[in-house]
Design a protein around this ligand. Structure first.
Ligand code: FUC
Length: 801
């Protein structure tokens, strides 16, 4: 059995090696910190592997384990009554008063994504000696640790299976009887563990409240209310072993073995965003038991084969070659350092791109529980920024690679989450903003909270009072339709939500001083302006970001209306409103103006750049259609400079790609991949980069930069936002020869490209929906029609092959 299993793994490794170096993270030592661990996940359960020979600690997570309970969206029912006073202050240019009054439009903070606990393996062998290996194979989503101790060599293989809903650890020791270990569990949450029945059973409950960590130490930062929080259970059973198994207290002991498999089944009582996880929770024990019993019917090799087949369905859709591996066999941390010091490494760049896809498949397969700020991998009870959904950039950025890198199914957790948000968002729109439709502010959690945060007046309006999250999120529904051309999706799921977002926007817009429609109050996430007389604040009118998001939404409505046969009177209202939105303006410095007035930024280098939304992810500004605005966007980026946080750099890769500057996009990509040491680098702030395990460093760890970086690579190779499809629109000099297979474009095309010495050599298009397509490469263009399932291949002159 063991041998068969290893042979299967080896065969997979050989297939991968045939192309280039295998797509793997590899290290010659155990992880010293969380940011060096190997992340595994089935889109719900997460596990991070340190790989210590004698004492292995694995952080476990479940995407549905959060603090809190269903949110009372009607938490501040009279808030909207303060709006007229805020608007009057803004109309009188009394920015300071508006800034103060707008605090009346705040509610509670979001809840936090919770850690679940640690699986602890104490190995009963002496000190490890000799070679040590720790690897994560991306194509098979399998981690492995190999080392020797005494006269035996040991191997551990780890994977989290989606089809069998199980986390499996296979352990072997080469010498007869040399494998022995104790298995235990601990959790930073309230829990109890028992292993007397040979199955380790750990049960616990999440707090009903956790204060965001940025609020600092405070009383009642963590509140438990027994029976009210989300319950969790971990069942761990040792299967497939030739050793003897005993259970005492909270520990399982295995001795005298050469092989054993630990099967770990996890479930929570989370039962939807609007149901009590305590009283009305799911029966987590029955679920976990059923998962365990079902998985235990397969042997380990079969479990692994089923897992790999499932994972590869998604992962293998895209292959990329950006150039040869200059240092085959070098460990990932050494490679990253070498790259940070200026060496070129197209293999690492391709690996980083594919790692983003790996992370999305591993973290985003649970309806209503999209990947959060840390994906699903979090060991902290009060994680950075609550590890929540931050909708003023981060939650959306997580999903930038979903469609373009051919993982549309992984978009689904976000799309279903938006459906939940529209429910609480309707109450938020009515009570906070006095409008119809639905609206989401800048933070959310698994309970789909949608209110502006700030603890009822204590939050800085620069981040707390931004009501545009729903509109930004709604554009994801539109994007999913554009890439899939799934008319049923558009009609039945997306359209009602798009209309609700538009109703909010129509009601939220008011007539401004020059007759334009404006938003009032408005902020530009998390920036502050300086008025000519020196007042620094955030609350104003008609920020460029607000206008851009509304314009993007209205354009989607007007494009989608005819497809679904929407009511013409409604479309006319949207058309009229869109024509009256405050237009883009170019500021004194030649920059794209962020504020309604041509004010200075109090921090011109700020990481947020919401006013560039129309360049990316929006589709309003580009060098061909709007050259002046594109030039102004460029100037804005020049003023900001390139140094920023991880996600901010990742956004800028995409922005520069859309501005058709491949070399600048690549420079930012290089900077996103700057080595950040987790042991000394656990600080909040700028200096974004990449940790040794390729997790994005805001710092601290925040997964959005990984996803934004992956999207950025795709955006350099294919763009499809402006009606046609641009091939290699921002190919950097650093990638003279390469190929990519399986990227997706709007209209439902899958695209394979190859290029040599900086020039396209061939392009193949396969349509998943019938359509007429226009493609462009440099100054050449071609048009063709394809039926669903049909392909076309063009040569370097865009002539059919
Ligand atoms: C916003 C950003 C921070 C961070 C946090 C999660 O507050 O300004 O940089 O990304 O969200």
């Amino acid at each position: 059995m063991t041998r068969m299993f290893l042979v299967a793994l080896a065969a997979l490794a050989v297939t991968a090696r045939a192309q280039t170096s295998p797509l793997e993270l590899r290290y010659d030592r155990p992880a010293r910190a969380f940011e060096e661990t190997l992340p595994l996940g089935n889109g719900r359960v997460g596990a991070t592997v340190y790989g210590n020979p004698r004492r292995e600690v694995i952080h476990l997570n479940d995407a549905t384990l959060w603090t809190g309970r269903p949110v009372n969206a009607r938490m501040n029912p009279e808030a909207h009554r303060h709006l007229p006073a805020v608007r009057a202050a803004l109309a009188a240019d009394d920015w300071a008063l508006a800034e103060q009054l707008v605090r009346n439009l705040q509610g509670s903070f979001s809840q936090s994504y919770a850690p679940l606990g640690d699986l602890v393996l104490e190995m009963m062998h002496g000190e490890a000696a000799g070679t040590y290996e720790r690897r994560l194979d991306l194509a098979t989503a399998t981690a492995a640790v190999r080392y020797a101790a005494g006269a035996s060599s040991y191997e551990r293989t780890y994977f989290v299976s989606n089809p069998d809903r199980i986390f499996a650890i296979r352990l072997t020791g080469s010498a007869p009887g040399s494998l022995g270990f104790r298995l235990g569990f601990s959790s930073p949450l309230r829990y109890a563990v028992d292993a007397s029945s040979h199955t380790l059973v750990a049960r616990g409950e999440a707090p009903v409240h956790a204060e965001p960590s940025y609020r600092g130490p405070m009383e009642r930062a963590i509140v438990y209310d027994e029976g009210k929080g989300t319950r969790f259970v971990v069942l761990a059973r040792v299967a497939d072993t030739d050793g003897h198994v005993t259970g005492t207290g909270g520990t399982i002991e295995v001795g005298g073995a050469t092989h054993a498999t630990i099967l770990v089944s996890i479930a929570t009582s989370f039962n939807g965003f609007d149901r009590e996880p305590g009283l009305d929770g799911r029966n987590e024990v029955a679920i976990a038991q059923a998962q365990l019993d079902a998985a235990a019917r397969w042997d380990t090799a079969a479990l692994h084969a089923r897992h790999v087949a499932d994972f590869r369905t998604y992962f293998d859709r895209v292959a990329i070659d950006l150039g040869p591996d200059p240092v085959p066999g070098l460990t990932t941390d050494a490679r990253l350092k070498r790259y940070s010091e200026g060496a070129s490494d197209p293999y690492l760049e391709a690996l980083y791109f594919q790692f983003g896809r790996y992370l999305l498949i591993s973290s985003s397969r649970t309806p209503g529980a999209p990947a959060n700020l840390q994906g699903i991998w979090n060991p902290h009870v009060r994680p950075p920024w609550s590890s929540n959904y931050t909708t003023n950039i981060n939650a959306e950025m997580n999903y930038w690679p979903a469609e373009v890198t051919n993982l549309a199914e992984m978009h689904e957790p976000l799309l279903s989450f938006i459906e939940n948000l529209a429910v609480t968002g309707r109450v938020t729109a009515e009570t906070f903003w006095g409008t119809r439709g639905w609206s989401v502010a800048h933070n959310s959690d698994i309970w789909a909270m949608s209110n502006p945060v700030g603890d009822f007046g204590k939050g800085d309006p620069a981040w707390a009072n931004w009501p545009m999250g729903g509109i930004w999120l709604a554009t994801h529904l539109w994007e999913h339709w554009q890439f899939s051309r799934d008319e049923t999706f558009l009609r039945e799921r997306a359209w009602p939500l798009l209309v609700g977002a538009a109703e909010f926007a129509l009601d939220w817009l008011v007539e401004g001083p020059d007759g334009w429609l404006i938003t009032s109050p408005a902020t530009s996430p998390e920036n502050t302006f300086r008025t000519p007389d020196g007042f620094v604040g955030a609350t104003t009118i008609a920020t460029t970001g607000d206008m851009a998001m509304i314009r993007e939404l209205f354009t989607a409505i007007l494009d989608g209306g005819p497809v679904v046969g929407a009511d013409e009177a409604f479309l006319q209202r949207v058309r009229d409103a869109r024509d009256r939105l405050v237009p883009y303006r170019v500021g004194r410095q030649g920059n794209l103006q962020e504020w309604y007035h041509d004010w200075e930024d109090s921090d011109p280098k700020h990481r947020h750049q919401t006013h560039l939304f129309g360049v990316y992810p929006g589709s309003q500004i580009d060098p061909h259609r709007t050259p002046e605005l594109a030039a102004a966007a460029r100037t804005t980026l020049e003023i900001k400079g390139d140094e920023s946080t991880g996600w901010s750099k990742a956004w800028r890769i995409n922005l520069w790609a859309r501005l058709l500057d491949g070399n600048r996009a690549h420079k930012l990509f290089r900077e996103l991949l700057s080595y950040v040491d987790p042991v000394t680098g656990l600080s909040y702030g700028e200096g974004g980069g990449t940790y040794p395990n390729l997790f994005d460093a805001h710092p601290p760890f925040q997964i959005d930069g990984n996803f934004g970086g992956t999207a950025g690579v795709a955006e350099m190779l294919v763009q499809s936002h402006a009606g046609g499809i641009a091939l290699l629109p921002a190919l950097p000099d650093a990638w003279p020869t390469g190929s990519v297979r399986g990227l997706r474009a709007r209209g439902g095309l899958t695209i394979d490209l190859a290029w040599e010495r900086g020039a396209l050599t061939s392009a193949t298009f396969t349509a998943s929906a019938a359509g007429d397509f226009r493609v462009a490469y440099r100054d050449r263009g071609a048009s063709f029609s394809l039926g669903s399932g049909q392909s076309a291949t063009l040569d370097e002159n865009l002539e059919p092959r």
